[in-house]
Design a protein around this ligand. Structure first.
Ligand code: SAH
Ligand code: SF4
Length: 443
């Protein structure tokens, strides 16, 4: 038995891929371990969405040099979005000689053959195919080693066709391709039968799911079919692109007791001028109309978003437009990112880069306003009872358990006798902070 250590950087898609990597490695005789020091094989599943994520992956890789010096038989591999870029693959080749192999995002199903080659041959190997030459097939039925028994990620599609001008994802993940509806339904059915209570459907743009299938289906139709699976479970999904959110989808979620009452709907910017240059295909007014429809049809819906600060050419007035949307929509969470130029994307060449200190000041203002809005939103839950899935001990205080509500809210409650992980609990909310609710279990 060989020991494998996998670390994941970046988004839920990478988390899901790492679970498949561990599943496949398991069939090849590898058992997972929790520290790189114990491992015979170390794999880093990297992210490329911002420079910060790449620098983190590279510096963590740098720390492996001493392990390799101590153990010459140790194999080190990198995979994921970062190494799917030609220039990063070359960096690894030239500056990280202790990395034995890399493999691209479209090569996971070929891991058995990759590992066999790496162990048989004594030389370094770089298994990366450009998506231009290989649109990326879907392999069904790969083994998955899931991290949690009670919650699971299910990829329903891969890749992205949108080419937002700042984003590297379409280049490193290839074109949009959906899994067959029946394959997704069968997987979710199996998970629910085995006791999974929390299913998150993953895709870069779940709202365009199914358009590419030989018999096209909508994401709403998929949700309706999944919601009919018998059992006690919640269906979550991300990410929704505003340009493809339909009334059919909103009506479906409104009528679906198993669907979470939460939408992560990335805004990116509240300025029409910036949205146009981002190639987002919606206007501020269309976005606002969508949030109004969501709030009207799904009472109590929780809305979260992503915002990019300091996109090239963003003026104070453009940023104020974003702030106005935040104040109008009153999101339950905003993930804000300072624009990071990505090699090969159109925005990398756009003029008028925003100086870092201006972006930082804008970010600080956004956070201050947003935290006040979130606190106010959360205070509305005081005295109410929410149903939530218990996710085990709180990371900050083991005297508390964490749970995630149907609105996607994080709740802490006293652990009591413990042992509630993976169960639905009812919690009466006693107090609220910007990022969580605090309450106690009730019947
Ligand atoms: N497919 C998803 C998001 C993928 S990336 C969507 O379209 O919403 C996650 C988030 O990272 C994006 O929503 C965006 O806010 C941010 N992001 C992507 N590229 C970025 C860049 N170059 N600089 C800063 N933030 C970026
Ligand atoms: Fe990137 Fe835009 Fe695709 Fe999201 S929709 S992954 S931001 S290109």
């Amino acid at each position: 038995m060989k020991k494998i250590y996998v670390a994941t950087f970046g988004c839920q898609q990478n988390e899901a891929d790492s679970e498949t990597i561990l599943g496949i490695a398991g069939t090849q005789g590898f058992v997972p371990v929790s520290t790189p020091e114990e491992a015979d094989l170390i794999l880093y599943n990297t992210c490329a969405v911002r420079e910060h994520a790449e620098l983190k992956a590279l510096s963590t890789t740098g720390q492996l040099k001493h392990l390799k010096e101590k153990n010459k038989d140790l194999k080190i591999g990198l995979c994921g979005c970062m190494i799917q870029q030609e220039h990063r693959k070359e960096d690894i080749k030239n500056k990280y000689p202790y990395v034995d192999f890399v493999f691209g995002t479209n090569m996971i199903s070929r891991l058995p053959e990759i590992l066999e080659t790496v162990y048989r041959e004594k030389k370094r190997r770089f298994f990366v195919e450009d998506y231009a030459d290989n649109p990326g097939a879907i392999t069904e039925g790969l083994p998955v080693c899931r991290r949690y028994p009670y919650k699971a990620y299910v990829s329903i599609m891969y890749g992205c066709n949108n080419f937002c001008t700042y984003c590297v994802v379409p280049y490193v993940r290839g074109r949009e391709r959906s899994r067959e509806k029946d394959a997704v339904v069968a997987e979710v059915r199996r998970l629910v039968e085995n006791g999974t209570k929390d299913i998150t459907l993953l895709g870069q743009n779940v709202n365009s799911y199914g358009k590419d299938l030989s018999t096209p289906v909508t994401f709403a139709a998929l949700l309706r079919e999944l919601a009919e699976i018998p059992g006690d479970f919640v269906l979550r999904f991300m990410t929704s692109h505003p340009k493809d959110a339909t009334s059919e989808l909103i009506d479906t979620i409104a009528a679906c007791p198993k669907c979470e009452r939460h939408f992560h709907l990335p805004l990116q910017s509240g300025s029409d001028e910036i949205l146009k240059r981002m190639n987002r295909h919606y206007t501020r007014e269309k976005y606002l109309a969508l949030t109004r429809e969501l709030k009207e049809k799904i009472p109590g819906v929780s809305l979260t978003t992503d915002v990019i600060i300091g996109f090239p050419g963003e003026t104070d007035a453009n940023f104020e437009d974003t702030m106005k949307v935040l104040e109008e929509v009153r999101f339950d969470g905003v993930f804000s990112f300072i624009y990071s130029p990505r090699k090969g994307t159109p925005a990398e060449k756009f003029p008028d880069r925003v100086p870092e200190e201006i972006s930082r000041a804008r970010m600080a203002r956004l956070l201050e306003t947003q935290l006040a809005i979130q606190t106010e939103n959360n205070e509305k839950f005081i005295g109410k009872t929410l149903t939530a899935l218990c996710e085990g001990p709180s990371k900050n205080d083991p005297a508390f358990l964490s749970a995630r509500s149907e609105e996607g809210k994080l709740i802490h409650f006293p652990a009591g006798n413990g042992g509630r992980e993976g169960e639905f609990v009812k919690i009466k909310i006693r107090s609220a902070k910007a990022i969580m609710l605090i309450g106690e279990e009730t019947v």
